[in-house]
Design a protein around this ligand. Structure first.
Ligand SMILES: Cc1cc2nc3c(=O)[nH]c(=O)nc-3n(C[C@H](O)[C@H](O)[C@H](O)COP(=O)(O)OP(=O)(O)OC[C@H]3O[C@@H](n4cnc5c(N)ncnc54)[C@H](O)[C@@H]3O)c2cc1C
Length: 416
């Protein structure tokens, strides 16, 4: 069923009886050409582009829970392409361009809202670093503007410009950054993939791989064994656990990241604002809640809830740049398990096992990458060669000394 204004009108006038389910609930077949493990944003977008752009006909997505139960439905919804390094910036710009046409492309309202993202500057060296980043962004075709204090005041007069410890000196502003309704992205991709024949199988956990003589020919699941010519892992925070069952140790640790939402307020935050002297980012949802977050919890865990020291740290960041946030009442908070790679950058690659592919290491920035990740992974799976924009995301880059260390932190997953 195609959605349109006319459809809503006619359904509204006829008792809303004609809507059909957004995707089917098929039983798994005995064999597929390509199995994608993980029905999060990246798995679903991979399946969508496999079917739509590469004409793959026999594709299944196996999801152990329900669609949207992972990080795709838990993130703070920020999209941007404000990276510095060559391995990253063009990829994230490709993703932002895909976001811009996404709703028309998959005919679903994902509430893509390009209200801009503003990273605050609190010191002279930080200004130099952000100007350099802005230049890198512009070289890749992205948009970047350096704002002075008056420029920021026009957009966000409520900020604490003369905070004793962290006075605001300026900002880097990406007008095309913004937010997207996260779970609608999962539903939109699922609907688009399903309508092109992809089987999306929920409550189907992959428990192992069929590997013989270095070749992967299928998976073991809670619904039985399924054969496949290619198996594409895409399980975000569960990457290490799933790859372990294939006998592989990936350069990834799992950490929890928390998110927070306040009661609904009148419109106040113009887009996304981030604190430059700590870790705090905030936007406002269309329902009015302030949506914010900060750093990951610094220890390894698979629990989808975090601890109070990080809550305190996040709230301190908020109070430092906008003290009025202290008067908002917090409604909800939750956590998601992040696949933190050693250098803070992701992987889209084949493994040393024939037929087994890996996509992961998205850290706490993988939501914005959802479209490009799916497109590039589908390209690799279908054509056998990496997409030109994602050639740096190799699994062996640590052995080669080609880390993509955006923050310059070294091999410290909890610091990226
Ligand atoms: C609190 C929070 C805030 C964030 N904020 C942002 C942000 O503002 N901007 C941004 O760009 N990124 C953000 N992120 C990161 C982003 O959400 C993730 O990087 C991204 O969603 C990960 O990819 P995914 O959507 O495919 O993951 P998921 O949705 O987690 O998908 C993985 C799926 O694999 C399934 N799975 C796992 N094991 C198996 C198995 N054995 N068999 C079958 N299925 C399995 C899981 O159930 C899950 O559904 C945030 C994350 C969190 C938690």
């Amino acid at each position: 069923m195609r959605y349109s204004a006319l459809k809503i009108l006619t359904q509204g006038l006829t008792g809303n009886k004609g809507w059909t389910p957004v995707w089917r609930e098929p039983e798994p077949q005995a064999e597929y050409d390509i199995i994608v493990i993980g029905g999060g944003g990246h798995g679903l977008s991979t399946a969508y582009y496999l079917a739509k752009e590469f004409g793959e006909k026999r594709v299944a997505v196996l999801e152990k829970g329900w669609l949207g139960s992972g990080n795709i439905g838990r993130n703070t919804t920020i999209i941007r392409s404000n990276y510095l390094l060559e391995g990253n910036q063009p990829f994230y710009e490709m993703s932002l361009k895909l976001w811009e046409g996404l709703e028309q492309d998959f005919n679903y309202n994902a509430m893509v809202s390009q209200r801009g993202i503003m990273n605050l500057i609190h010191s002279d060296p930080q200004r130099d670093a952000f100007v350099r980043r802005g230049n890198a962004m512009r070289l890749s075709g992205a948009d970047a503007v350096i704002l002075d204090r008056d420029g920021i005041r026009e957009k966000a007069p409520f900020l604490d410009f003369d905070n004793g410890r962290f006075p605001i000196q300026g900002a880097i502003w990406q007008p095309r950054g913004g937010t997207v309704r996260h779970d609608a992205v999962a539903w939109g991709y699922a609907r688009g993939a399903d309508s092109r024949g992809v089987d999306i199988i929920q409550n189907c956990e992959v428990t192992g791989f069929q590997i013989e003589n270095g070749v992967c020919s299928g998976v073991e699941t809670s619904k039985g064994a399924i054969k496949a010519k290619k198996v594409a892992v895409c399980v975000a925070g569960s990457s290490s656990r799933v790859m372990e069952t294939a006998g592989m140790r990936v350069p990834i640790e799992s950490h929890v990241l928390q998110a927070f939402v306040t009661e609904g307020l009148k419109p106040v935050i113009p887009g996304v604002i981030t604190f430059g002297a700590g870790h705090f980012y905030v936007s406002q949802s269309d329902k009015g809640g302030l949506v914010f977050g900060g750093d990951i919890d610094g220890y390894n865990t698979y629990a989808q809830r975090g601890n109070l020291p990080v809550v305190e740290d996040v709230c301190e960041g908020g109070m430092a740049i906008m003290p009025m946030i202290g008067r908002a009442r917090l409604l909800r908070m939750w956590g998601g398990v992040m696949d933190m790679s050693m250098d803070g950058s992701p992987f889209i690659d084949r493994t040393h096992i024939d037929g087994l592919y890996f996509n992961g290491g998205w850290c706490y920035g993988g939501f914005k990458a959802t479209p490009a990740s799916g497109f590039c992974y589908a390209h690799l799976l279908s054509t056998g060669s990496p997409h030109p924009t994602a050639t740096a995301y190799r699994l062996d880059r640590f052995r080669q000394g080609r880390q993509i260390d955006e923050k310059g932190m070294g091999n410290q997953p909890n610091l990226h």
